[in-house]
Design a protein around this ligand. Sequence first.
Ligand code: NAG
Ligand code: NAG
Ligand code: NAG
Ligand code: NAG
Ligand code: CU
Length: 196
Amino acid sequence: MRFATLAAVAASLFSAASAVQYNVTVGPNNTNTYDPSSITGVVAGDVISFRFVSKSHSVTQSTFDQPCVARAGGVDSGFFPVDAAATSFPEWTIQIENASAPLWFFCARAPHCTAAGMVFAINPTAERTFQAFQATATGGAAGNTGTTTTGTNTTTTGTDGGAADPATTDSGALSLSAHKLTTMLVGIALVAGFSL
Ligand SMILES: *[C@@H]1O[C@H](CO)[C@@H](O)[C@H](O)[C@H]1NC(C)=O
Ligand SMILES: *[C@@H]1O[C@H](CO)[C@@H](O)[C@H](O)[C@H]1NC(C)=O
Ligand SMILES: *[C@@H]1O[C@H](CO)[C@@H](O)[C@H](O)[C@H]1NC(C)=O
Ligand SMILES: *[C@@H]1O[C@H](CO)[C@@H](O)[C@H](O)[C@H]1NC(C)=O
Ligand SMILES: [Cu+2]
């Protein structure tokens, strides 16, 4: 009954009353960008849905020091090719299990990260800013300018959505299908805390 298990995980992700769902567009207007490229105020239990709308991009976890290198044990959406004439778009969602440290991501389609600075950050800090992260990605070359969404601080208790099947926390990606009106939810991954 793997499907039932996955469905239960999905239900727990989206039914937590106080969890916030953030929405990020990947590749808007055929650009090599995430919109927004940075989100702050994310707390444990929140979910972030990435909608892939052009080309073939990914959302791949990295580190502040090596923006364009996949982090061992990190989450990775893999590539989502999108036809230029597409009218429905794949979505990939992560749930944040531990928001105590910033989380860093990039597009693994070379050279989007190094050339265009196609990077994404969750809860960057004053010491570790999105701008510094992106500048490292491009080796100092001009990248895109960031857009930030500030989340509400919902000091939630017990919304770790955490009914998380332990098997899902290590490698990251679960695949799951669920129809929505115009989009297809194709995967859910859980982001655990990393000490960086
Ligand atoms: C993200 O999209 C969902 C579904 O369309 C919506 O309910 C939610 O309010 C959006 N989140 C934000 C932060 O706008
Ligand atoms: C995409 O392009 C349209 C038309 O130029 C513009 O209005 C819109 O803001 C752009 N969206 C993004 C996310 O850049
Ligand atoms: C959220 O609110 C709590 C309680 O007021 C506070 O301790 C915490 O620092 C706040 N977090 C952010 C990101 O503002
Ligand atoms: C969250 O992650 C931090 C490191 O980023 C770690 O020190 C802490 O123990 C983690 N908390 C939980 C509840 O796992
Ligand atoms: Cu890309």
